[in-house]
Design a protein around this ligand. Structure first.
Ligand code: GTP
Ligand code: MG
Length: 621
């Protein structure tokens, strides 16, 4: 599907033409510079054809237009040392002086707890929750169960010899069936997974709660209850946040700790709202939500000192880290909601100052100007949320979109129904009494229906889809983009685990303990030593984090162990590394499946590097 972006000049057309996420078979020469003309002749021979110039991303190998400062796909800044002739190199060096590095890693999953499974549920994995009564009660206190399941994965200790042995991949090409495609006549709103991210205390939960209230998802009675409760706890200003922050600890501390999931309809979308924690300690939780996002609202606190704190470059500023992370998960469209405008007297100058500062940072992280919408708001005073601002200090200079209209103006996400099923499991719900197990997550590709046979990876066992739930109601078919809870039968529940994947029986995803990764060490990250151990996250389930040992640095061209290479990787450096994991993970090479091919490394509570899987070695026979 073509993307409508308005970046100006010729850039958009190029972008549209190249922006086919799944097709890497461009007619480029091997060096990334030799285009061929229609006759298949190199344009260097014969008549001169005007050719777009390109540069190849050092991380994801995408061929970018020359005018791009950072990779269109992963946001990595242009690597000045590769894929250029000398003139290009000089230009790139000039161009990249002002920019910094960015990242990648899209994935999935929201957990939508299901009504029939609500009796004696043990929820394992992504501790999502529901934001109002109508969403039911999501189970959150799941640490023990999480640990036990995570350790199941350890105990499996799959090695390369046993992986996928139960099911060999099909040699026949995949053919989708008619039922898998959406019936355009149905007139249902398309789903948009919208992550609310940003620095701690910027007002994400207050904004989310306020939106739900304004849109009728929270009743007056419920709101009154929150107000009363918050006041009694001496935290009256958190009344709206209480709609999202459900646990006692969250309410007492006045911070969000786990992702809250809520739903509302806009004119154009069925919105799945993912209210993320902003505190640095809960970045792994934030990641669980943000990896499912199609788009994000980056909430910024306009107050003097608070915006600046969010931009702190020493690993504390979560405006920076969240923006960087969501871009790394493949989120391209964001709305920057400049909140608490009431605290700065609705000052146009303050708004413009923030816009100026933050826009250059976002640009350096790979966000295109045309994909960033700037909306000044006050969640507390209900200004510019679902209708135009009423405060004259505000409406005097701002006549642009309100937040809800900005959400409606986001481009619909691409949904790939035509590929085999891939449903990365973010969360597992078990009903001990009924012996049921449900895998929760977002369908990345393909479709699933009641009665379908699915392959549960990494175990490689078959299961049958007993029922599917989407937004708390049962449905017979779910397709790419849907967040679902899939109840399975015919499988030992211990084999269904967060970090696993449900896939088409003939098209299993790969499972590995050794990988080759192309990474970019983030700015401000401590140096990474070859031979050291760090935390490895393959996008979609934080419970699936493994310990990884960095075995060696590989030569980027030959893929061989680089003997001359330094034993240390510094901030902003990109490198190809070989790693050994302490337990098996479901992965794919990024060029084959983006959702299962993005990874990031963390150490001492911070994200230190991001990258893509470049090679999954074949199992030893
Ligand atoms: P974390 O989830 O912990 O990162 O916080 P958060 O971003 O969800 O912030 P939250 O909604 O909990 O609000 C933090 C504080 O900011 C509360 O005291 C809110 O009342 C206050 N707040 C939120 N929005 C506004 C606003 O528009 N104006 C003013 N003055 N205060 C606000
Ligand atoms: Mg919050």
């Amino acid at each position: 599907m073509p993307r409508k972006v308005n970046h100006g000049l010729d850039y958009d057309e190029d972008y549209d033409a190249y922006d086919d996420y799944d097709d890497y078979d461009y007619d480029y020469g091997a060096d990334g510079n030799d285009y061929e003309n229609d006759n298949g002749n190199s344009s260097q021979q014969g008549t001169k054809v005007s050719r777009p110039r390109i540069w190849q991303c050092s991380i994801c190998t995408y061929d970018n237009d020359e005018s791009s400062l950072s990779c269109e796909i992963c946001g990595i800044i242009r690597d000045c040392s590769a894929n250029f002739d000398n003139n290009d190199k000089d230009k790139a060096i000039d161009m990249s002086k002002s920019s910094e590095a960015s990242i990648m890693g899209k994935s999935n999953l929201t957990q939508v707890p299901s009504a029939p499974l609500q009796t004696e549920i043990t929820s394992v994995g992504f501790p999502s929750k529901k934001a109002s009564k109508s969403f039911g009660k999501a189970s959150r206190d799941v640490e023990d169960a999480t640990k036990s399941l995570a350790s199941n994965l350890d105990h499996l200790k799959l090695n390369n010899n046993t992986m996928n042995s139960k099911k060999a991949p099909s040699r026949t090409p995949y053919k989708s069936e008619k039922w898998m495609f959406q019936d355009q006549e149905q007139g249902i709103l398309s789903q948009l997974n919208l992550a609310i991210v940003g620095h701690v205390d910027s007002g994400k939960s207050t904004l989310s709660g306020r939106l739900l209230y304004l849109l009728g998802r929270i009743s007056k009675r419920e709101m009154h209850k929150y107000e009363k409760g918050a006041k009694e706890m001496g935290k009256g200003s958190f009344a709206y946040a209480w709609a999202m922050d459900e646990s006692y600890e969250e309410r007492e501390r006045g911070i969000t700790m786990t992702v809250a999931v809520a739903y509302f309809d806009s004119k154009k979308y069925r919105i799945v709202l993912l209210d993320s924690p902003g505190h640095k300690d809960f970045v792994p939780n934030m990641i669980s939500g943000a990896t499912q996002a199609d788009a994000a609202v980056l909430v910024v606190d306009a107050s003097v000192g608070s915006f600046e704190a969010g931009m702190d470059g020493n690993g504390v500023g979560q405006t920076r880290e969240h923006a960087q992370l969501i871009r790394s998960f493949g989120v391209e469209q964001i709305i920057v909601a400049v909140n608490k405008m009431d605290m700065v007297g609705y000052s146009k100058e303050r708004f413009n100052f923030i816009k100026l500062q933050l826009s250059s940072f976002l640009r350096s992280r790979g966000f295109k100007d045309s994909s960033v919408t700037w909306i000044p708001i006050s969640a507390m005073e209900n200004q510019n949320l679902v209708e135009a601002a009423s405060d004259v200090r505000f409406s005097g200079w701002y006549q642009g979109l309100c937040l809800l209209d900005a959400i409606d103006s986001l481009q619909p996400p691409l949904r790939d129904f035509s590929k085999p099923l891939i449903l990365p499991i973010c969360d597992v719900i078990k009903s001990q009494s009924m012996g049921q197990v449900a895998a929760c997550g977002k369908l990345e590709t393909g479709a699933i229906r009641h009665g379908s046979k699915v392959l549960v990876m990494p175990s490689g066992d078959l299961a049958t889809v007993r029922s599917i739930e989407r937004d708390s109601s049962t449905c017979s078919v779910a397709r790419a983009g849907d967040n679902v809870a899939v109840s399975l039968q015919g499988i030992d529940s211990g084999l269904v685990m967060p970090g696993g994947v449900l896939c088409h029986p003939d098209f299993p995803v790969r499972v590995a303990t050794r990988l080759e990764l192309k990474i970019l060490v983030l700015d401000n990250a401590a140096p990474i030593l070859i031979g050291s151990q760090v935390e490895f996250h393959i996008h979609h389930a934080k419970e699936a984090a493994r310990v990884v040992k960095i075995l060696s640095l590989l030569d980027q061209k030959t893929g061989q162990v680089s003997r001359m290479a330094p034993r240390i990787l510094k901030a902003k450096q990109s490198a190809v590394i070989e790693v050994a994991l302490d337990g098996a993970v479901c992965v794919e090479e990024y060029s084959k499946c983006r959702a299962l091919g993005r990874a990031f490394l963390r150490s001492s509570g911070s994200t230190i590097a991001v990258g893509v899987v470049t090679r999954v070695p074949e199992p030893d026979l």
